[in-house]
Write a protein that binds this ligand. Structure first.
Ligand code: ZN
Length: 438
């Protein structure tokens, strides 16, 4: 009864995991070859357009930085043993590190090493995009084990005039109105906080590309902050087409689900995601109010744009110990959790696509459902009685002011059940459609 309006092709959890695993080893940053290589992989699934914004381009209050090139990085002791090596972990070099090639004492080295003393076995992920410095990241236990002496530090990097790269794909819908889905593409080997979002939006885009949709779906694969600023600056005159938006990241772990509302707080996407997360059985499911920190929703929800864009995650960023460390690896995400996140995103797309406002054509008294074969199973069959309740709610609230989502919200019944009941009632001539809901 709750079948979608047309058949859809759906990514499996295994496919999502496999793509995340393919992306995991790649050395990404906010600019550079890693972003281009990542887009190359994603373009095998869906034709993503690659855009380049030259170094020095002013975007809103920012300027596109120099492009970072990283060829090698390691730290050696006097015996020539490699203490850390880019070939073993791409988190070991401060992301955007300036070049260095010298012999240093242990105390000088320590000024350039980042660790997390409270999590002594993990490598932290650190960046320095806008302040030029060199540095290494390592487990705290490794740092404290280093003997006095001299160390060779080599970071073969370059900050050069080049460009910032991002990817964009749009699946055109009938109405011309848009649903924006964005994820960042700038973290190196972090499975949940990057690879999961990239895999999720890529396969979602692939699966939507074969559907006929009401909305256009615009997918952005952008470096955090500066990438969204580049896109916003280049697309300012068409932002009014966006009716719904989601920033998607950290969607492969078993926490949450978490939805952070847009700055508007009561946009349609906020209501639809609140409905979906509210129906999730996990006790960790949360809906958070907007706050001006986080991912690119900060830019989309800045006051000059104020777009209806929320943030969807499993565990909320910064709340899990693996966040921004080498423990955010492929063991931290699973195909099961990826599949469940995918289902929630498809569910919200179903709400956006299938919401409409019904009008009860027999509003005086209840229409006789039994005579139409719609009421027979009440009593005994639990699923049938739930279907009947969904029909009664739809008929009662179908006064032309409530869309199906509003009926789902007020009844506490899932949108899918409400939508199925409404289709059935419409097919039996009991409902008419007033106007498509936004
Ligand atoms: Zn992050």
């Amino acid at each position: 009864m709750a079948e979608p309006a047309e058949p859809t092709c759906c990514a499996t959890g295994e496919e999502l995991f496999e793509l995340a695993a393919t992306l995991f080893p790649m050395m990404r940053s906010i600019t550079g070859q890693g972003v281009r290589d990542t887009l190359q992989v994603l373009s095998r699934y869906v034709p993503i357009e690659k855009r380049e914004v030259p170094t020095g381009t002013p975007v809103l209050d920012w300027i596109v930085p120099k492009e970072w090139v990283i060829r090698d990085a390691y730290l050696e002791d006097e015996a020539g043993r490699r203490i850390v090596d880019l070939q073993r972990s791409n988190l070991c070099v401060l992301n955007y590190s300036a070049p260095v090639d010298r012999i240093v004492t242990l105390s000088e080295l320590k000024e350039h090493v980042f660790t997390i003393p409270a999590q002594p076995d993990v490598i932290p992920y650190r960046t320095s995009y806008y302040a030029e410095q060199w540095g290494f990241c390592m487990p705290h236990n490794l740092l404290v084990s280093l003997a006095e002496g001299r160390y060779r530090v080599l970071i073969d990097s370059e900050l050069k005039d080049g460009s910032l790269t991002y990817g964009e794909y749009c699946h055109a819908g009938r109405s011309g109105r848009e649903f924006l889905l964005t994820t960042h593409i700038c973290h190196p080997s972090l499975a949940n906080d990057n690879c999961s979002g990239l895999a999720m939006l890529t396969l979602l885009a692939r699966d939507l590309s074969v559907r006929t949709t009401r909305y256009s779906y615009r997918f952005l694969f952008i470096p955090g902050t500066i990438g969204s600023l580049c896109w916003l600056a280049a697309n300012e005159e068409r932002l009014s087409l966006i009716d719904h938006g989601l920033v998607v990241s950290c969607v492969g772990d078993g926490g949450g689900p978490t939805y952070k509302r847009s700055r508007r707080s009561d946009a349609f996407i906020d209501r639809a995601m609140t409905h979906i997360v509210g129906k999730h059985p996990a006790s960790t499911a949360r809906v958070l109010d907007f706050f001006p920190y986080g991912y690119d929703e900060r830019q989309f929800c800045s006051p000059g744009f104020n777009l209806p864009v929320g943030l969807f995650q499993r565990s909320a960023f910064g709340t899990f110990p693996e966040y921004h460390t080498s423990a955010d690896n492929l063991d931290f995400i699973s195909s099961e959790h990826l599949a469940s996140s995918y289902r929630m995103l498809m569910d919200v797309i179903d709400i956006v696509e299938e919401d409409w406002t019904p009008l009860n054509l027999h509003p005086k008294g209840e229409p006789q459902l039994g005579r139409r074969g719609l009421y027979g199973a009440l009593g005994g069959d639990k699923a049938a009685s739930e279907r009947a309740m969904a029909m009664l709610w739809v008929l009662n609230l179908a006064d032309g002011t409530n869309s199906l989502l509003a009926i789902a919200e007020r009844s506490g019944i899932s949108f899918a059940e409400i939508a199925a009941a409404a289709r059935l009632l419409r097919d039996h001539g009991l409902l008419a459609e007033t106007r498509p809901a936004k």
